[in-house]
Design a protein around this ligand. Sequence first.
Ligand code: KG4
Ligand code: ZN
Length: 406
Amino acid sequence: MLRNFTKQVQRTIAHSGWRGYTINNKIVLGIETSCDDTGIAIMDESGRIISETLITHSQLVADWGGVHPHEISKAHKKTLDGAIEETINKSNLQTSDIDAIAVTNGPGLMSCLRTGVEAAQQLSQRTNIPLISVHHLEAHLLIARGLSKESSNLQFPFLVLLASGGHCVIVEANGIGDYKFIGGTLDDSIGEAFDKIARLLNLDVSVNSGGHEIERIVKLHDGDPKQFKFPIPMMGPKRSEISFSFSGLKSSALWQVRKLENSTINNKELNLLVMNQKNKSQNPKLNLSTKVVADLAASFQSTAIAHLVDKTDIALKKCKQNRNIKDLVVCGGVAANMLLRDEMQTLCNKHNFNLHLPPIKYCTDNGVMVAWAGLEKLKSGLATSDVTLKPRWPLFEYTINTSQDA
Ligand code: KG4
Ligand code: ZN
């Protein structure tokens, strides 16, 4: 196994599209199925994406009012083999050209992870290509080394803000498989808050995610972020703590929506109404104009992002005092948000940090980031083939044990 991982590949691929192109580096196929996206990609060590396939199951998420693990894993199962085959065909490579199959084995939804890992294992057995275990969050952050504009300059250590549908965390990245926890969320993740508010506002999430739709309606209808005053979370006694909280902001938005819809009821009646509606996934038809919805979306978006900026600001200050870190990576699905990207640039300018953002397309889940994480592990000699499913797998608890392959 180890021999396969470390062999230096030198070959010429004589297929159309790649005719005569000499590949002097490793090639990895990545498989991502940890949540609601089926992502497959083939990438080489230079960061070249040879081919990729991404199937999002947004319609299913919309139909079920959230990610329904059983339904989504059925959708992965239905599409996965075809997506792998299509990706290999598009690459014009033979399976024998591929050095390893990288697969996300955690964290994520158990049944979804299982689908990807089983497909990877079958492919590995059939082709004799070794497997590489990939931590989903590590893949999100490492892709900034592979694809962001300044990727070639990004060396360890660096600071990471990872904001996604399942996570909201700040870590210090000291090396592959070497992460120090700086701060995390006390309740929900920011992406989950975006998704819930999008549903509360009855936005159409059958094609794109809630976060994407919030950003879209704000731009399309010129949403005014000052129209509704939502309190920025944790500005009281916990101001100096590096932790996130989104449940209060979600409740404020819910309260505001109900208040607008029922302008004649008093606060006590409103509280009761809000309490009764908190756990309902489906929102009744909204009785608000598009402009009001856009203003609500803008006010929520700017408050949630102000909270991220506030806590990242503290983390950067601490980092400057204690360590000589000069780079910040902002990644995960929410990093696709332009307001967040702009605000983080302003923050980095203030602290004299270099900001590294993956291209928007590769902020949300995809196979490319998994293939790249596999390549990084391969290059550093830290690839392991134990793909035991780990639905709960905090990044800072994850350490690499290479002994199994030795
Ligand atoms: O990283 P990701 O694809 O999946 C997880 O690992 O969780 O992140 C998905 C999250 C969703 O909650 C989605 O609403 C959010 O990323 N998201 C956005 C945007 N695009 C996706 N949030 C805000 N603005 C966006 N443009
Ligand atoms: Zn993700």
